[in-house]
Design a binder for this molecule. Structure first.
Ligand SMILES: *[C@@H]1O[C@H](CO)[C@@H](O)[C@H](O)[C@H]1NC(C)=O
Ligand SMILES: *[C@@H]1O[C@H](CO)[C@@H](O)[C@H](O)[C@H]1NC(C)=O
Ligand SMILES: *[C@@H]1O[C@H](CO)[C@@H](O)[C@H](O)[C@H]1NC(C)=O
Ligand SMILES: *[C@@H]1O[C@H](CO)[C@@H](O)[C@H](O)[C@H]1NC(C)=O
Ligand SMILES: *[C@@H]1O[C@H](CO)[C@@H](O)[C@H](O)[C@H]1NC(C)=O
Ligand SMILES: *[C@@H]1O[C@H](CO)[C@@H](O)[C@H](O)[C@H]1NC(C)=O
Length: 437
């Protein structure tokens, strides 16, 4: 691919397509996107959500596991990292302070991406296996699609996107073909903050996942799904909370968590309140307890006593609907004979699990988000037991997030969540991610 670069004019040419780069000083002619779009697919074997961006010069598409609460972008720089625009972050630079770098030093082998002298480092974290290493902070070009909220638009370039290098070994446990993780967390160098400062839009993003394809939007709504459903108009809001104590696998003292926490105040099943130890629902000053949202957990994880109470209520409410138990199928304990379960637009017709949230709004979990179809005869409740004394009492996982638009507004600290899009005869797979060639 032929490419040339004229830094004074801030534009790059790729295969006859003009990509403008943006800085507050770019010319008045520059195209300023209102929003950006990342395509997402679900990896069948790991149940991870995988996105694709283009990075480096010349540009290459790279697959990354989506990590909602991840601190930043990290990629394997040991293998196949070739780029004329790779720039390591020198000790003491603005990039190092934005990255909250925890170390600074030299590398005692031949210089290459990931190994340079006088550079700062952070801890790239594989949040699937909970393994962290040390990695060089760097900058390179990142290219993604813009959107007007209806269709994909032209590709836009973030020329100085900050990320961390990682060794190949950190990829263990990630979906096949992934070369790192895309962190969307609450830090200055995660995707939402970097994109909003590069393109001057609100620090706001939304995820819409499904068992097939989905999307992540950064910036302004609308977010319009075929046939003309603007999911940004369907939101209920509850506050987002910062956990003051990092939840990363490795961190320095005093660092807050990059993850997104919300407040569950009670849970009911088919309108019956589930008796719970409310201490577990609130996050204490040490950041223990409470509820977070994770795209890395395929199913919602509940602390042992919460799990037992919710599943007992669910089993009772199912019995009242003449739905009978079936043998467990790992990793699920609670499974049912499907013969008395009807199919509806909102999924299997089973008891509704309602999470009542701060602000007195209810996140209703219908069959489409609660049941796993193990086979034609057996459906299991897609929640797992997190044991005693987990750090976080409730971790809302992937299955429970599918076909719902979930918006994170980091300026107002509000989470917006839609009802199940199936109820509007659309789904998260219905956003047009196909650009004109
Ligand atoms: C735009 O970027 C996407 C994702 O990075 C890439 O797949 C696509 O080929 C690019 N399109 C053009 C016309 O360069
Ligand atoms: C870093 O500096 C040391 C000492 O000058 C040198 O031996 C080493 O090769 C350098 N490493 C890199 C990656 O440039
Ligand atoms: C409720 O949970 C807290 C935190 O784990 C625990 O200290 C307390 O003993 C529990 N209360 C009851 C009644 O089980
Ligand atoms: C579930 O049903 C059993 C047996 O009828 C009853 O003892 C128990 O209290 C019920 N639990 C809930 C949470 O409704
Ligand atoms: C419950 O299911 C059984 C077996 O499928 C059926 O014979 C019975 O009529 C059902 N009862 C009700 C109240 O639906
Ligand atoms: C999807 O978006 C592309 C690019 O804007 C457009 O050319 C195409 O017609 C759209 N497809 C549909 C089905 O709307």
């Amino acid at each position: 691919m032929a490419s040339s670069c004229s830094s004074s004019l801030h534009f790059l040419l790729f295969s006859s397509l003009i990509l403008f780069s943006f800085s507050p000083s770019s010319s008045q002619q520059s195209f300023r996107p209102k929003a950006l779009l990342l395509p997402v697919s679900k990896d069948a074997s790991t149940r991870q959500y995988v996105t694709t961006i283009s990075q480096r010069t010349p540009l290459v598409p790279i697959n990354l596991v989506l990590d909602l609460g991840g601190q930043f972008l990290w990629v394997d720089c040991d293998q196949n990292y070739v780029s004329s625009t790779y720039r390591p972050a020198r000790c003491g630079s603005a990039q190092c302070s934005r990255a909250r770098a925890n170390g600074c030093g030299d590398c005692f082998s031949a210089p290459r991406p990931g190994c340079n002298n006088n550079t700062c480092s952070v801890f790239p974290d594989n949040t699937v296996t909970r393994t962290a290493t040390s990695g060089e902070v760097a900058q390179d070009v990142v290219v993604v699609q813009s959107t007007n909220g209806f269709n994909p638009g032209r590709n836009v370039s973030a020329p100085n996107f900050v990320f961390s290098c990682a060794p190949t070994s950190l990829l263990e446990g990630l979906a096949g073909g992934a070369v790192g993780m895309a962190g969307l967390g609450w830090t200055r160098i995660a995707f939402p903050s970097q994109f909003s400062s590069t393109f001057s839009f609100q620090r706001k993003f939304a995820i819409c996942l499904s068992s097939s394809k989905g999307v992540v939007f950064f910036g302004e709504s609308p977010y319009v799904f075929f046939p003309n459903v603007d999911a940004s108009q369907l939101l209920s809001f509850t506050p987002l909370f910062i956990n003051p104590v990092s939840t990363a696998s490795a961190f320095t003292q005093g660092e807050p968590s990059a993850e997104y926490f919300i407040g569950v105040t009670s849970i009911n099943v088919d309108d019956n309140v589930v008796p719970l130890n409310s201490t577990l629902l609130y996050m204490d000053s040490q950041g223990v307890g409470g509820t977070k949202i994770s795209t890395v957990n395929p199913y919602t994880v509940l602390e042992d006593s919460i799990y037992k109470a919710v599943t007992e209520a669910f089993i009772n409410a199912s019995a009242a609907r003449n739905i009978t138990r079936a043998a467990s199928v790992a990793p699920f304990d609670v499974c049912f004979d499907s013969s008395n379960i009807l199919g509806t637009r909102l999924g299997a017709s089973v008891p509704t699990i309602n999470l009542v949230l701060v602000g007195d709004v209810t996140w209703s979990i219908y069959g489409a988000n609660s049941m796993v179809v193990v086979n034609q005869d057996v459906y299991c409740l897609g929640f797992v037991n997190g044991g005693n004394n987990p750090r976080t009492s409730i971790v809302i996982g992937g299955l429970q997030l599918e076909n719902i638009l979930v918006q994170f507004d980091l300026t107002t600290s509000q989470l917006g969540f839609s009802s199940l899009l199936n109820g509007r005869q659309t789904s998260c797979a219905n956003f047009n991610t196909t650009s004109i060639a």
